[in-house]
Design a protein around this ligand. Structure first.
Ligand code: NAD
Length: 262
């Protein structure tokens, strides 16, 4: 299947590791020039090197979603691009915490970065895409949007807000050839997942492998997902082939979510 991604340009947020990195590497492997965005320039340059070693092309832009001036700079940089065909909108995981009792200061801070920050970048990108009559907006969410995760009240709530926005946006821009979809990871084996498991092992005085095996047993596939399995779904949604897929939320969770519908 020709994905029609050669010669396109993608901006991938949170590209220094994990799901963003895996998505960037796979898009680059299909011939897309990838603009790698995150906070740490050195880590982004390492990903750039990996992509170039494999024969792809990439560039680096730093942005901290918690910093409004930094977001404005990213949006200005997007406006100046010759083209932008694909946006992978991704952020770090929000502050953990259970309901009730999360402070208003935390809600405001996380909303500003995770929701407003992503909306600013999506809105800037979509203007360019509408003009070009082609665009793919792919937002990384979480299975917690379907089955809330008790310890992640902020994530459950704010990602659902983003879900509402992405669906609303998808209806406004579909006629311009711009699609907007979300991909919902279950447990994918990224540095974030590893550090969560290490924290769990410490809390319970267990070996981390025991914690991982326990998590796997709750997943029908019997294991965590690999980052490249997630990146492959992002890459398909970014492709020409996915031109009639919009306003959806696609799960990549090894069957973890038991319900039929989202
Ligand atoms: P990760 O922590 O490994 O990577 C997050 C990326 O976002 C990194 O590149 C990091 O530098 C960047 N980032 C963090 N804070 C930022 C900020 N303030 N400004 C700009 N960039 C920032 O996480 P991951 O496992 O790749 O997950 C990506 C997203 O998907 C996260 O929001 C995570 O909560 C969510 N998620 C992941 C899983 C999973 O199993 N990995 C499951 C559900 C949801």
């Amino acid at each position: 299947m020709d994905l029609g991604l050669a010669g396109r340009t993608a901006l991938v947020m949170g590209a220094s590791q994990g799901l963003g990195e895996a998505s960037a590497i796979q898009l680059a492997a299909e011939g897309t020039h990838v603009i790698l965005v995150a906070r740490r320039e050195d880590a982004l340059n390492d990903v750039k090197k990996t992509i170039e070693t494999a024969g792809g092309t990439a560039s680096v832009v730093t942005c901290d979603l918690f910093d409004r001036a930094s977001r404005t700079q990213l949006c200005d940089a997007i406006r100046k691009l010759d083209r932008l065909d694909i946006l992978v909108a991704n952020s770090g995981g929000p502050a953990p915490g259970m309901a009730p009792g999360i402070g208003s200061d935390i809600w405001v801070r996380e909303f500003d970065a995770m929701v407003l920050g992503l909306i600013e970048v999506m809105d800037t990108a979509v203007e360019k895409m509408k003009h070009a009559e082609f665009g793919r907006i792919i937002v990384i969410g979480s299975s917690g949007m379907v089955v809330p995760i008790a310890k992640l009240a902020v994530s459950n709530t704010l990602r659902s807000a983003i879900g509402g926005y992405v669906k609303t946006l998808s209806e406004q821009v579909a006629r311009y050839g711009v699609t907007c979809n979300m991909v919902l990871p279950g447990r994918i084996d990224t540095p974030r997942t590893r550090s969560i498991d290490e924290g769990g092992a410490k809390n319970e005085s267990l070996d981390v492998e025991e914690i991982r095996r326990r998590s796997w047993s709750a997943i029908p596939a019997g294991r965590y997902g690999r980052p490249e399995e997630f990146g492959a779904v992002v890459t398909f949604l970014a492709s020409e082939c996915a031109s009639y897929v919009t306003g959806t939320q696609m799960r990549v969770d090894g069957g973890s979510i038991k319900s039929v519908n989202t």
